[in-house]
Design a protein around this ligand. Structure first.
Ligand SMILES: Cc1cc2nc3c(=O)[nH]c(=O)nc-3n(C[C@H](O)[C@H](O)[C@H](O)COP(=O)(O)OP(=O)(O)OC[C@H]3O[C@@H](n4cnc5c(N)ncnc54)[C@H](O)[C@@H]3O)c2cc1C
Length: 284
């Protein structure tokens, strides 16, 4: 029989995870978990407990300080989209959240769920990767932080241990950077990315002094493109350089054929969208 608990304190949730290690499914907004449970008609094998995180205050809210934006894991896509202080501090979040599902899904979906679900097409991972965010993890054994790139291990796979909860994300600010986000889907709304690209560029004296590019849905995890970033660094952002970055990005992806697109088409999109997203950031 499945049991359901909704603790109000983080320590209580961590205690349950420690005691029932491997038997618990954590629930945040439920927009990934609930459809999955419906498909499988229940919890996966070996699991018998749902722990709803929604009442835990320590996972809520956000703050902006000199160190950056600290987001609670339960921060919803709607908050990322609508909050003006977040839009000013990390505009890539509102650009990404604007293209995320529907109003109804955005109201429930959380950033913590987007990270731990670890879909290669998870939109919110793009700004986190571009900004070099760190994940705050907690278990009854203690706390640790991990770079977001080290959290994402593969489709549906993260570095979280079975008794750990993602408490929040620390997002360094990129003041003065030019940013842009593009997402290609098969429908104008409610689309899962076929390819997504997020960029942040710092320009000094007409040259790119720092380039950050993250790509979604073209590898087992969303990821940065060090090859494209290296092509840009120190260069003037002219057409040839941006096109060369698009070409170089192909070296960092390994797309697959699936119901949404072929691997070849995804490679084409990576080349074109990287160039265009960079051009859009430069024009902004
Ligand atoms: C119609 C529809 C449209 C969608 N469109 C998009 C889209 O455009 N872009 C996109 O990226 N995604 C989309 N999604 C997927 C989903 O909405 C997101 O991945 C969302 O961010 C998941 O968050 P959640 O709070 O609902 O997670 P949940 O479903 O509650 O949880 C997801 C997973 O993360 C785990 N988890 C959640 N929080 C924590 C935590 N704090 N610590 C440890 N583990 C945790 C859960 O145990 C579960 O395994 C869509 C889903 C639906 C149903």
């Amino acid at each position: 029989m499945t049991s359901y608990v909704a603790p109000a304190e983080l320590v209580e949730a961590l205690g349950i995870l420690a005691e029932r290690r491997g038997r618990v499914s954590l629930l945040a907004g439920g927009t990934d978990l609930v459809p999955r449970l419906r498909q499988s008609a229940g919890l996966p094998d070996g699991r018998d407990t749902i722990v709803n995180l929604k009442r835990i205050e320590a996972l809520r809210g956000f703050s902006i300080g000199a160190d950056g934006l600290a987001l609670g894991a339960l921060t919803t896509v709607t908050t990322l989209r609508r909050d003006e202080s977040i839009a000013t501090a990390v505009p890539l979040f509102s650009r990404t959240a604007d293209r995320f599902a529907s109003e109804q899904v955005r109201n429930a979906a959380t950033i913590g769920g987007n990270v731990v679900n670890a879909s290669p097409a998870g939109d919110l991972q793009i700004p986190l990767l571009v900004h070099g965010a760190r994940a705050r993890l907690a278990s009854a054994r203690g706390a640790r932080t991990l770079a977001i790139a080290d959290v994402l291990l593969g489709p549906g796979k993260t570095a979280l241990a079975g008794d750990e909860i993602l408490v929040g994300l620390d997002v360094p600010l990129l003041d003065g950077y030019r940013i842009s986000f593009s997402k290609f889907g098969l429908r104008p709304a409610m689309e899962i990315a076929v390819v997504s690209v997020g960029v942040a560029l710092r320009l000094e004296d007409g040259r790119i002094s720092d380039a950050r590019i993250a790509l979604g849905a073209v590898a087992p995890t969303a990821r940065r493109s060090p090859a494209a970033e290296a092509v840009l660094t120190g260069q003037r952002p002219d057409r040839e350089v941006l096109a060369a970055a698009g070409e170089a990005a192909l070296g960092d992806v390994s797309p697959i054929d699936d119901v949404r697109a072929s691997a070849d088409y995804r490679r084409h999109l990576v080349r074109v969208m990287t160039r265009r997203t960079l051009a859009d950031a430069c024009a902004g």
